[in-house]
Design a protein around this ligand. Structure first.
Ligand SMILES: *Cc1c(COP(=O)(O)O)cnc(C)c1O
Length: 424
Protein backbone atom coordinates (compact mmCIF):
# COMPACT_ATOMS: atom_id res chain seq x y z
CA UNK A 1 0.00 0.00 0.00
CA UNK A 2 1.25 3.45 -0.84
CA UNK A 3 0.89 6.08 1.83
CA UNK A 4 -1.98 8.49 1.21
CA UNK A 5 -1.10 12.17 0.83
CA UNK A 6 -3.62 12.68 3.62
CA UNK A 7 -1.26 10.72 5.88
CA UNK A 8 1.90 12.48 4.67
CA UNK A 9 2.61 10.37 1.57
CA UNK A 10 3.54 11.82 -1.83
CA UNK A 11 0.39 13.07 -3.60
CA UNK A 12 -0.68 11.43 -6.86
CA UNK A 13 -0.25 14.85 -8.48
CA UNK A 14 1.92 17.81 -7.62
CA UNK A 15 -0.59 20.43 -8.80
CA UNK A 16 -4.37 20.71 -8.62
CA UNK A 17 -6.19 19.86 -11.86
CA UNK A 18 -7.40 22.56 -14.27
CA UNK A 19 -10.53 24.23 -12.88
CA UNK A 20 -13.72 22.62 -14.15
CA UNK A 21 -15.08 25.43 -16.31
CA UNK A 22 -14.77 23.95 -19.82
CA UNK A 23 -16.44 26.85 -21.64
CA UNK A 24 -14.88 29.62 -19.60
CA UNK A 25 -11.38 28.19 -19.94
CA UNK A 26 -11.63 28.21 -23.73
CA UNK A 27 -12.88 31.81 -23.95
CA UNK A 28 -10.43 33.36 -26.36
CA UNK A 29 -9.82 35.47 -29.40
CA UNK A 30 -12.95 34.28 -31.23
CA UNK A 31 -15.20 35.60 -28.46
CA UNK A 32 -13.14 38.80 -28.19
CA UNK A 33 -13.50 39.40 -31.92
CA UNK A 34 -17.24 38.75 -32.04
CA UNK A 35 -17.90 40.80 -28.93
CA UNK A 36 -15.83 43.69 -30.20
CA UNK A 37 -17.94 43.70 -33.38
CA UNK A 38 -21.04 44.18 -31.25
CA UNK A 39 -19.37 46.99 -29.32
CA UNK A 40 -18.21 48.66 -32.53
CA UNK A 41 -21.71 48.36 -33.95
CA UNK A 42 -23.09 50.23 -30.90
CA UNK A 43 -26.02 47.82 -31.06
CA UNK A 44 -26.15 45.68 -27.93
CA UNK A 45 -29.92 45.03 -28.22
CA UNK A 46 -31.07 42.18 -30.40
CA UNK A 47 -34.15 43.79 -31.93
CA UNK A 48 -32.97 47.27 -32.95
CA UNK A 49 -30.02 49.66 -33.05
CA UNK A 50 -27.87 51.50 -35.58
CA UNK A 51 -26.19 48.32 -36.91
CA UNK A 52 -27.58 45.15 -35.29
CA UNK A 53 -25.20 42.20 -35.74
CA UNK A 54 -27.89 39.55 -35.06
CA UNK A 55 -25.69 37.48 -32.78
CA UNK A 56 -28.64 36.18 -30.74
CA UNK A 57 -30.54 35.33 -33.92
CA UNK A 58 -27.51 33.50 -35.31
CA UNK A 59 -27.00 31.66 -32.06
CA UNK A 60 -30.64 30.54 -32.10
CA UNK A 61 -30.33 29.39 -35.71
CA UNK A 62 -27.18 27.41 -34.95
CA UNK A 63 -28.65 25.85 -31.84
CA UNK A 64 -31.76 24.82 -33.76
CA UNK A 65 -29.70 23.40 -36.64
CA UNK A 66 -27.37 21.49 -34.31
CA UNK A 67 -30.24 20.03 -32.34
CA UNK A 68 -32.38 19.51 -35.44
CA UNK A 69 -35.38 21.36 -34.03
CA UNK A 70 -37.27 24.15 -35.74
CA UNK A 71 -37.24 26.62 -32.84
CA UNK A 72 -34.69 27.97 -30.36
CA UNK A 73 -34.94 31.07 -28.19
CA UNK A 74 -32.08 32.76 -26.34
CA UNK A 75 -32.97 33.98 -22.84
CA UNK A 76 -31.10 35.41 -19.86
CA UNK A 77 -30.63 32.20 -17.85
CA UNK A 78 -31.85 28.64 -17.54
CA UNK A 79 -34.05 29.74 -14.65
CA UNK A 80 -35.66 32.18 -17.10
CA UNK A 81 -35.83 29.38 -19.68
CA UNK A 82 -37.63 27.11 -17.19
CA UNK A 83 -40.12 29.82 -16.20
CA UNK A 84 -40.68 30.72 -19.86
CA UNK A 85 -41.27 27.06 -20.74
CA UNK A 86 -43.64 26.50 -17.82
CA UNK A 87 -45.57 29.63 -18.83
CA UNK A 88 -45.59 28.49 -22.46
CA UNK A 89 -47.38 25.39 -21.13
CA UNK A 90 -49.76 27.62 -19.19
CA UNK A 91 -48.62 26.49 -15.73
CA UNK A 92 -49.77 28.64 -12.81
CA UNK A 93 -51.50 28.82 -9.45
CA UNK A 94 -53.07 25.54 -8.40
CA UNK A 95 -50.83 23.40 -10.59
CA UNK A 96 -48.26 20.83 -9.56
CA UNK A 97 -45.11 20.02 -11.50
CA UNK A 98 -43.08 16.84 -11.05
CA UNK A 99 -39.39 17.53 -10.36
CA UNK A 100 -36.64 14.99 -9.54
CA UNK A 101 -35.43 14.88 -5.94
CA UNK A 102 -31.84 15.49 -7.02
CA UNK A 103 -31.35 18.66 -9.03
CA UNK A 104 -30.11 22.20 -8.66
CA UNK A 105 -32.60 24.29 -6.68
CA UNK A 106 -33.44 26.39 -9.77
CA UNK A 107 -35.54 23.56 -11.23
CA UNK A 108 -37.88 23.62 -8.25
CA UNK A 109 -37.57 27.40 -7.78
CA UNK A 110 -38.78 28.09 -11.32
CA UNK A 111 -41.95 26.11 -10.65
CA UNK A 112 -42.60 28.15 -7.52
CA UNK A 113 -41.87 31.39 -9.40
CA UNK A 114 -44.74 30.36 -11.68
CA UNK A 115 -47.04 30.13 -8.60
CA UNK A 116 -47.16 26.38 -8.96
CA UNK A 117 -45.65 23.81 -6.57
CA UNK A 118 -43.07 21.10 -7.19
CA UNK A 119 -43.78 17.49 -6.21
CA UNK A 120 -40.69 15.35 -5.98
CA UNK A 121 -40.09 12.03 -7.63
CA UNK A 122 -37.34 9.70 -6.44
CA UNK A 123 -34.27 8.85 -8.51
CA UNK A 124 -32.93 5.57 -9.80
CA UNK A 125 -29.40 4.24 -9.74
CA UNK A 126 -28.33 6.89 -12.29
CA UNK A 127 -29.37 9.66 -9.85
CA UNK A 128 -31.82 10.80 -12.52
CA UNK A 129 -35.62 10.73 -12.25
CA UNK A 130 -36.94 7.21 -11.72
CA UNK A 131 -39.74 6.65 -14.25
CA UNK A 132 -41.11 3.91 -11.97
CA UNK A 133 -41.83 6.47 -9.26
CA UNK A 134 -43.81 8.88 -11.44
CA UNK A 135 -47.10 7.11 -10.82
CA UNK A 136 -46.67 7.54 -7.04
CA UNK A 137 -46.62 11.34 -7.24
CA UNK A 138 -48.95 11.82 -10.18
CA UNK A 139 -52.53 13.04 -9.84
CA UNK A 140 -54.74 15.19 -12.05
CA UNK A 141 -53.35 18.38 -10.47
CA UNK A 142 -49.95 17.59 -12.03
CA UNK A 143 -49.59 19.65 -15.21
CA UNK A 144 -45.97 19.04 -16.26
CA UNK A 145 -42.85 16.97 -15.64
CA UNK A 146 -39.35 18.44 -15.59
CA UNK A 147 -36.81 15.75 -16.47
CA UNK A 148 -33.31 16.85 -15.46
CA UNK A 149 -30.33 15.32 -17.23
CA UNK A 150 -28.02 15.42 -14.24
CA UNK A 151 -24.27 15.89 -14.60
CA UNK A 152 -23.91 14.99 -18.24
CA UNK A 153 -26.08 11.91 -18.27
CA UNK A 154 -29.48 11.45 -19.91
CA UNK A 155 -32.64 10.40 -18.09
CA UNK A 156 -34.53 7.31 -19.14
CA UNK A 157 -36.50 9.35 -21.67
CA UNK A 158 -38.33 6.47 -23.37
CA UNK A 159 -40.08 5.56 -20.16
CA UNK A 160 -40.62 9.16 -19.11
CA UNK A 161 -42.19 9.94 -22.50
CA UNK A 162 -44.38 6.89 -22.38
CA UNK A 163 -45.69 8.04 -18.98
CA UNK A 164 -46.13 11.52 -20.43
CA UNK A 165 -48.22 10.18 -23.31
CA UNK A 166 -50.25 7.88 -21.11
CA UNK A 167 -51.31 10.70 -18.77
CA UNK A 168 -51.07 13.51 -21.30
CA UNK A 169 -48.63 15.56 -19.20
CA UNK A 170 -46.01 17.56 -21.07
CA UNK A 171 -42.29 17.17 -20.38
CA UNK A 172 -39.64 19.88 -20.10
CA UNK A 173 -36.08 18.57 -20.36
CA UNK A 174 -33.65 20.53 -18.19
CA UNK A 175 -30.33 20.17 -20.00
CA UNK A 176 -28.53 22.85 -17.93
CA UNK A 177 -25.84 20.39 -16.81
CA UNK A 178 -25.69 18.29 -19.94
CA UNK A 179 -25.37 20.42 -23.06
CA UNK A 180 -24.66 17.96 -25.89
CA UNK A 181 -26.05 14.90 -24.10
CA UNK A 182 -27.58 12.17 -26.24
CA UNK A 183 -30.09 9.46 -25.53
CA UNK A 184 -30.50 6.53 -27.92
CA UNK A 185 -29.27 8.68 -30.79
CA UNK A 186 -31.46 11.68 -29.96
CA UNK A 187 -30.26 15.03 -28.69
CA UNK A 188 -31.11 15.83 -25.07
CA UNK A 189 -33.57 18.72 -25.00
CA UNK A 190 -35.39 17.63 -28.16
CA UNK A 191 -37.25 14.58 -26.87
CA UNK A 192 -39.74 16.25 -24.55
CA UNK A 193 -42.08 19.12 -25.41
CA UNK A 194 -39.49 21.75 -24.54
CA UNK A 195 -35.79 21.72 -23.62
CA UNK A 196 -33.92 24.30 -21.55
CA UNK A 197 -30.19 25.11 -21.47
CA UNK A 198 -27.93 27.14 -19.17
CA UNK A 199 -24.87 29.16 -20.09
CA UNK A 200 -24.00 30.23 -16.57
CA UNK A 201 -20.33 30.06 -15.57
CA UNK A 202 -20.58 26.64 -13.96
CA UNK A 203 -22.01 24.97 -17.09
CA UNK A 204 -20.32 23.47 -20.12
CA UNK A 205 -20.50 26.59 -22.31
CA UNK A 206 -20.76 30.05 -20.82
CA UNK A 207 -21.15 33.76 -21.21
CA UNK A 208 -21.27 34.16 -17.43
CA UNK A 209 -25.05 34.01 -17.68
CA UNK A 210 -27.47 32.96 -20.39
CA UNK A 211 -30.02 30.31 -21.30
CA UNK A 212 -32.09 28.91 -24.13
CA UNK A 213 -35.42 27.23 -24.80
CA UNK A 214 -35.87 24.80 -27.69
CA UNK A 215 -39.04 23.18 -28.96
CA UNK A 216 -40.61 21.66 -32.07
CA UNK A 217 -44.03 23.12 -31.35
CA UNK A 218 -44.88 26.40 -33.11
CA UNK A 219 -47.62 27.07 -30.53
CA UNK A 220 -45.31 26.58 -27.53
CA UNK A 221 -42.60 28.58 -29.25
CA UNK A 222 -44.89 31.52 -29.88
CA UNK A 223 -46.00 31.50 -26.25
CA UNK A 224 -42.39 31.26 -25.07
CA UNK A 225 -41.32 34.19 -27.26
CA UNK A 226 -44.21 36.26 -25.98
CA UNK A 227 -43.60 35.41 -22.35
CA UNK A 228 -39.91 36.29 -22.60
CA UNK A 229 -40.64 39.64 -24.28
CA UNK A 230 -43.56 41.39 -22.54
CA UNK A 231 -46.16 39.62 -24.66
CA UNK A 232 -44.61 40.60 -27.99
CA UNK A 233 -43.67 38.42 -30.96
CA UNK A 234 -41.48 40.76 -32.97
CA UNK A 235 -39.98 38.92 -35.91
CA UNK A 236 -42.61 36.36 -36.58
CA UNK A 237 -41.84 36.39 -40.32
CA UNK A 238 -38.46 34.77 -39.52
CA UNK A 239 -40.19 31.58 -38.40
CA UNK A 240 -42.92 31.28 -40.97
CA UNK A 241 -45.48 31.19 -38.18
CA UNK A 242 -48.73 32.56 -39.49
CA UNK A 243 -50.03 35.95 -38.41
CA UNK A 244 -52.15 35.99 -35.27
CA UNK A 245 -54.52 38.70 -34.23
CA UNK A 246 -52.32 40.62 -31.71
CA UNK A 247 -55.40 41.70 -29.82
CA UNK A 248 -56.18 38.05 -29.13
CA UNK A 249 -52.74 36.47 -29.07
CA UNK A 250 -50.70 38.64 -26.73
CA UNK A 251 -50.59 38.10 -22.98
CA UNK A 252 -48.56 39.57 -20.13
CA UNK A 253 -44.95 38.48 -20.04
CA UNK A 254 -41.58 39.38 -18.60
CA UNK A 255 -38.25 40.55 -19.94
CA UNK A 256 -35.92 37.57 -20.31
CA UNK A 257 -34.36 38.79 -23.58
CA UNK A 258 -30.76 37.87 -24.31
CA UNK A 259 -28.42 40.76 -25.08
CA UNK A 260 -26.19 40.85 -28.13
CA UNK A 261 -23.15 40.78 -25.85
CA UNK A 262 -24.25 37.44 -24.47
CA UNK A 263 -25.25 36.25 -27.94
CA UNK A 264 -21.84 37.16 -29.37
CA UNK A 265 -19.94 35.20 -26.74
CA UNK A 266 -22.30 32.22 -26.91
CA UNK A 267 -22.18 32.03 -30.68
CA UNK A 268 -18.42 31.46 -30.47
CA UNK A 269 -18.76 29.17 -27.45
CA UNK A 270 -21.26 27.08 -29.38
CA UNK A 271 -18.70 26.65 -32.19
CA UNK A 272 -16.39 25.10 -29.59
CA UNK A 273 -18.96 22.60 -28.31
CA UNK A 274 -17.93 19.64 -30.46
CA UNK A 275 -14.24 20.12 -29.68
CA UNK A 276 -14.95 20.25 -25.95
CA UNK A 277 -17.21 17.20 -26.10
CA UNK A 278 -14.72 15.14 -28.09
CA UNK A 279 -11.86 15.86 -25.69
CA UNK A 280 -13.98 15.36 -22.58
CA UNK A 281 -15.55 12.12 -23.77
CA UNK A 282 -12.15 10.71 -24.74
CA UNK A 283 -10.74 11.48 -21.28
CA UNK A 284 -13.86 10.17 -19.57
CA UNK A 285 -13.78 6.97 -21.53
CA UNK A 286 -10.11 6.18 -20.75
CA UNK A 287 -10.53 6.99 -17.07
CA UNK A 288 -13.71 4.97 -16.74
CA UNK A 289 -12.47 1.94 -18.66
CA UNK A 290 -9.14 1.83 -16.86
CA UNK A 291 -10.72 2.20 -13.44
CA UNK A 292 -13.26 -0.50 -14.25
CA UNK A 293 -10.50 -2.93 -15.12
CA UNK A 294 -8.16 -2.01 -12.28
CA UNK A 295 -10.85 -1.80 -9.61
CA UNK A 296 -13.49 -4.47 -10.27
CA UNK A 297 -15.33 -3.63 -7.05
CA UNK A 298 -15.70 0.07 -7.98
CA UNK A 299 -19.33 0.90 -8.67
CA UNK A 300 -20.14 3.63 -11.16
CA UNK A 301 -23.26 5.72 -11.18
CA UNK A 302 -25.85 3.82 -13.26
CA UNK A 303 -26.48 4.93 -16.82
CA UNK A 304 -29.07 4.42 -19.52
CA UNK A 305 -26.82 5.30 -22.49
CA UNK A 306 -23.11 5.18 -21.77
CA UNK A 307 -22.22 6.46 -25.25
CA UNK A 308 -24.53 9.45 -24.89
CA UNK A 309 -22.92 10.73 -21.68
CA UNK A 310 -21.05 13.99 -22.32
CA UNK A 311 -18.21 12.86 -20.06
CA UNK A 312 -18.40 15.93 -17.85
CA UNK A 313 -17.99 14.11 -14.57
CA UNK A 314 -17.58 10.50 -13.50
CA UNK A 315 -19.97 9.40 -10.75
CA UNK A 316 -18.74 6.74 -8.32
CA UNK A 317 -21.03 5.18 -5.73
CA UNK A 318 -19.38 4.45 -2.42
CA UNK A 319 -20.77 2.45 0.47
CA UNK A 320 -21.89 5.32 2.71
CA UNK A 321 -21.98 9.11 3.00
CA UNK A 322 -19.22 8.94 5.59
CA UNK A 323 -16.96 6.96 3.29
CA UNK A 324 -17.75 9.43 0.50
CA UNK A 325 -16.66 12.34 2.71
CA UNK A 326 -13.46 10.54 3.58
CA UNK A 327 -12.84 9.69 -0.06
CA UNK A 328 -13.26 13.34 -1.06
CA UNK A 329 -10.89 14.51 1.67
CA UNK A 330 -8.29 11.91 0.72
CA UNK A 331 -8.62 12.70 -3.00
CA UNK A 332 -8.29 16.44 -2.31
CA UNK A 333 -5.00 15.75 -0.57
CA UNK A 334 -3.87 13.89 -3.71
CA UNK A 335 -4.65 17.11 -5.65
CA UNK A 336 -7.65 15.54 -7.38
CA UNK A 337 -10.77 17.24 -6.11
CA UNK A 338 -13.93 15.12 -6.01
CA UNK A 339 -17.24 16.08 -4.42
CA UNK A 340 -20.82 15.11 -3.66
CA UNK A 341 -23.65 17.10 -5.20
CA UNK A 342 -25.59 19.75 -3.29
CA UNK A 343 -24.04 19.14 0.09
CA UNK A 344 -25.34 15.56 -0.09
CA UNK A 345 -28.99 16.66 0.13
CA UNK A 346 -31.99 16.21 -2.13
CA UNK A 347 -33.46 19.52 -3.25
CA UNK A 348 -36.57 19.29 -1.05
CA UNK A 349 -34.38 19.38 2.07
CA UNK A 350 -33.06 22.84 1.23
CA UNK A 351 -34.65 25.12 3.85
CA UNK A 352 -36.52 27.49 1.53
CA UNK A 353 -38.15 24.55 -0.25
CA UNK A 354 -38.63 22.35 2.80
CA UNK A 355 -40.37 25.14 4.75
CA UNK A 356 -42.18 26.31 1.60
CA UNK A 357 -41.15 29.91 2.15
CA UNK A 358 -41.83 32.14 -0.83
CA UNK A 359 -41.66 35.88 -1.43
CA UNK A 360 -45.43 36.37 -1.28
CA UNK A 361 -46.94 37.85 1.86
CA UNK A 362 -50.28 36.30 0.90
CA UNK A 363 -51.38 33.60 -1.55
CA UNK A 364 -48.30 31.48 -1.15
CA UNK A 365 -48.63 28.87 -3.94
CA UNK A 366 -48.42 26.07 -1.37
CA UNK A 367 -51.59 27.38 0.31
CA UNK A 368 -53.71 26.55 -2.71
CA UNK A 369 -56.42 24.07 -1.66
CA UNK A 370 -54.94 21.03 -3.38
CA UNK A 371 -56.85 17.79 -2.89
CA UNK A 372 -53.97 16.68 -0.67
CA UNK A 373 -51.83 19.44 0.85
CA UNK A 374 -48.32 19.33 -0.61
CA UNK A 375 -45.92 18.73 2.26
CA UNK A 376 -42.28 17.67 2.23
CA UNK A 377 -40.69 15.41 4.77
CA UNK A 378 -37.44 13.64 5.38
CA UNK A 379 -37.18 10.19 3.78
CA UNK A 380 -39.75 11.28 1.21
CA UNK A 381 -37.47 10.06 -1.60
CA UNK A 382 -35.30 7.51 0.19
CA UNK A 383 -33.15 6.50 -2.75
CA UNK A 384 -32.26 10.11 -3.50
CA UNK A 385 -31.33 10.74 0.14
CA UNK A 386 -29.18 7.65 0.18
CA UNK A 387 -27.44 8.08 -3.19
CA UNK A 388 -26.78 11.82 -3.23
CA UNK A 389 -24.63 11.60 -0.12
CA UNK A 390 -22.54 8.63 -1.23
CA UNK A 391 -22.08 9.30 -4.93
CA UNK A 392 -18.86 11.20 -5.51
CA UNK A 393 -18.22 13.04 -8.76
CA UNK A 394 -14.83 13.26 -10.41
CA UNK A 395 -14.75 16.26 -12.77
CA UNK A 396 -13.31 15.46 -16.21
CA UNK A 397 -11.80 18.47 -17.93
CA UNK A 398 -11.37 18.59 -21.71
CA UNK A 399 -7.95 20.12 -21.00
CA UNK A 400 -6.41 17.06 -19.31
CA UNK A 401 -3.06 15.92 -20.63
CA UNK A 402 -2.21 12.23 -20.94
CA UNK A 403 -0.19 12.63 -17.74
CA UNK A 404 -3.16 14.23 -15.93
CA UNK A 405 -5.31 11.27 -16.97
CA UNK A 406 -2.74 8.82 -15.67
CA UNK A 407 -2.40 10.66 -12.39
CA UNK A 408 -6.17 10.81 -11.90
CA UNK A 409 -6.44 7.06 -12.44
CA UNK A 410 -3.50 6.49 -10.15
CA UNK A 411 -5.02 8.70 -7.43
CA UNK A 412 -8.38 6.95 -7.51
CA UNK A 413 -6.76 3.51 -7.45
CA UNK A 414 -4.62 4.54 -4.51
CA UNK A 415 -7.40 6.07 -2.42
CA UNK A 416 -10.01 3.45 -3.32
CA UNK A 417 -7.54 0.74 -2.40
CA UNK A 418 -7.28 2.19 1.09
CA UNK A 419 -11.05 2.48 1.36
CA UNK A 420 -11.49 -1.10 0.32
CA UNK A 421 -9.06 -2.08 3.04
CA UNK A 422 -11.04 0.07 5.47
CA UNK A 423 -8.07 2.28 6.33
CA UNK A 424 -9.70 5.69 5.99
C1 LIG B 1 -27.66 25.62 -13.23
C2 LIG B 1 -28.95 24.94 -13.37
C3 LIG B 1 -30.13 25.65 -13.60
C4 LIG B 1 -30.19 27.13 -13.59
O1 LIG B 1 -29.40 27.74 -14.54
P1 LIG B 1 -29.15 29.31 -14.50
O2 LIG B 1 -28.69 29.60 -15.90
O3 LIG B 1 -28.11 29.56 -13.46
O4 LIG B 1 -30.43 29.98 -14.17
C5 LIG B 1 -31.31 24.94 -13.78
N1 LIG B 1 -31.32 23.60 -13.71
C6 LIG B 1 -30.21 22.89 -13.46
C7 LIG B 1 -30.30 21.40 -13.42
C8 LIG B 1 -28.99 23.53 -13.26
O5 LIG B 1 -27.91 22.82 -12.99
Amino acid sequence: MRKLALHGGTPARKQPLPLHYPGALCLGKEEVERLSQVISSQSPFRYYGPDVRHCVTNLEDELAAYLKVPFALGVTSCTAALITSLKALGIGYGDKVIVPAITFIATAGAVIACQAVPVFVDVDDSLNMDPEDLARVYDEEVKAIIAVHLMGHACDMDRIMSFSRQYNVPVIEDVAQSCGVRYHGKDGGTIGDLGVFSFQMNKLLTAGEGGAVVTSSPELFERAVRYHDQGLFRDRSRYGISENDEELASFCGQNYRMSEFTGAVLLEQWHKLDGILTAMKANYSIIRKTLASELPSLKFRGDVDEEGDIGYSLGIQLASAEIARNFNTAMGAENIQTYVLYGGKPVYLFPQIFHQRTAETQHNPFHYPFKQPVRYREKMCPRAEDLVGRTVFLPISPLLTAQDVEEIIDGVVKVFGELDGGFI
